[in-house]
Design a protein around this ligand. Structure first.
Ligand SMILES: [Zn+2]
Length: 481
């Protein structure tokens, strides 16, 4: 296992990462409240922790990555009412759409997406325990957590108790003893989804869902908790208070990671503010690689401002420069270069190619500096430019060496996947079979058949170009087939 450091928001310092039970790592990231379509702010957090999980796995850790789904809350009930849909069904639908978007975006690292309402027995048991221990009190069919009872409240966010005012998700309710107390079990209004409880029919509050899930799946303590910066307070502060009061064990989490906000003209992107850029439409316009590149070309903790008509256009242009040599390498490999006994790389360059994946790992091993990694990749592109290789003369081994930094980026950053519609499945043998049939058709003068094969390939997303006797092919860019 490679050693690495990360910035821990709880201690406010960069620390060496030491798992509780190596090589296992428990990673929990706050997921979606799927009452509306996902936007590119959600996707930034998802890509951030996707890269964390990918890097850890590359480095030999066995990561168990859980991302919860808050499938019932006030927004869900309100939106369901407006649309005439059961709130839980609305959540199912929006979550299915989210999963499809994540698959498009190459977010493939999450092991489990538990739904909050599947943990109601755990939530009720934890609520009862907190009432018995004196950390929570029932009131009008709801149960509240009494913040004043937890001495360490505020240790994550650094807010003193008297400064704490309810977050956006916590309504001011008459049954509370203090404004900062928060609901952990909420009395249901008639017609809302509800479960029986000792305090009457109700449903879970927000923060307790996460702790019920992690206490069940990861135990009293686990390694790494991630989420967007906006969740630090009150949500994550609430999780600490709930879990540590329940178990008497601290800390709940050894390392806290917070991803910076994605802003639009300097303002937080949020459904509640109405200034969102939809994820699906962005993927339609720019494709997954450009969007991932846009996120990863900034440090994950930095705020990232999105400018319509500028940010992704620039990202696409820069990413295009980064991928240009790879396209050449892949083309040579596809058209017989892999087995070629051509010229080798100059020794110096060959040594650089061999060392680069390690240097890329080094960049990520200091608080996941993807920006630095991308800078190293651009350095590689410049070196290739200086070399100005005669691609068609390079040996298979030389091509393979030139590709290796890109393979690192594909594995860890999730960039340079085959164009959309493709997959990790290697299509080359199948396309070569079709091209061989086309070549035979051309050889016997049956150009109608040759054109038909080309059209069928095009419909399947494969573009064929003839250069004299030789046919080259590539996958069509998104939306081009
Ligand atoms: Zn959460």
């Amino acid at each position: 296992m490679r050693r690495f450091q990360l910035y821990d928001s709880l201690s406010r310092s960069t620390r060496l990462f030491v798992p509780i039970t190596p090589p296992r790592v428990g990673l929990f990231v706050c997921g979606l409240t799927p009452y509306a379509d996902a936007h590119i702010g959600h996707a930034r957090t998802a890509v951030t922790f996707d890269v964390v999980a990918r890097a850890l796995r590359r480095w030999g850790y066995r990561v168990f990555y859980v991302q919860n789904v808050t499938n019932l809350d006030d927004h869900m009930i309100e939106r369901g009412g407006q649309e005439g849909t059961e709130p839980l069904l609305l959540a199912e639908r929006k979550f299915a759409a989210y999963r499809a978007s994540m698959a498009r975006l190459g977010v493939s690292s999450v092991d489990l997406y538990p739904f909050a309402t599947d943990y109601v027995p755990e939530i009720l048991a934890q609520t009862k325990a907190l009432v018995e221990k004196g950390f929570a009190y029932p009131s009008d069919g709801s149960v509240y957590y009494e913040v004043a009872k937890f001495a360490n409240y505020g240790k994550l966010s650094g807010q003193r108790r008297e400064e704490q005012r309810p977050g956006t998700r916590v309504e001011t309710e008459p049954g509370k003893r203090a404004p900062e107390d928060f609901v952990i079990w909420k009395a249901a209004h008639p017609g809302e989804p509800s479960w029986e409880s000792p305090w009457g029919p109700g449903r879970p509050g927000w923060h307790i869902e996460d702790t019920a899930i992690t206490l069940r799946l990861m135990g009293d303590r686990y390694d790494l908790h991630g989420g967007g910066l906006e969740l630090k307070f009150p949500h994550h502060e609430g999780e600490i208070a709930l879990a540590e009061a329940t178990t008497g064990s601290a800390p709940l989490v050894n390392y806290w990671m917070h991803a910076g906000l994605l802003t639009l003209k300097g303002e937080k992107m949020a459904k509640s503010l109405g200034n969102v850029v939809g994820l699906e439409e962005t993927l339609d316009r720019f494709g997954p690689d450009t969007l991932r590149f846009f996120y990863l070309n900034a440090h994950y903790r930095s705020p990232l401002d999105f400018e319509e008509g500028k940010s992704l256009e620039e990202a696409r242009e820069a990413y295009g420069r980064l991928s240009l040599p790879l396209e050449r390498i892949r083309e040579e490999l596809r058209t017989g270069g892999a087995a070629r006994e051509g010229s080798e790389l100059p020794e110096e360059l060959s040594a650089e190619a061999e060392a680069l994946p390690g240097r890329l790992d080094d960049a990520l091993a200091i608080d996941f500096n993807t920006r630095e990694a991308i800078a190293l990749l651009f350095g590689w592109v410049s070196r290739l430019g200086e070399l100005a290789p005669r691609w068609e003369e390079l040996s298979g081994g030389a091509l393979d060496a030139l590709e290796s930094p890109y393979r690192w980026a594909k594995q860890v950053l999730g960039l340079f996947a085959d164009p959309e519609g493709g997959s990790d499945v290697d299509l080359s043998p199948l396309v070569e079979v079709a091209l061989a049939a086309r070549k035979r058709a051309r050889a016997r003068g049956d150009f109608a058949e040759a054109d038909r094969i080309r059209e069928e390939l095009r419909a399947a997303g494969v573009l064929v170009e003839d250069e004299g006797e030789r046919s080259r092919w590539r996958l069509a860019p998104a939306g081009d087939a």
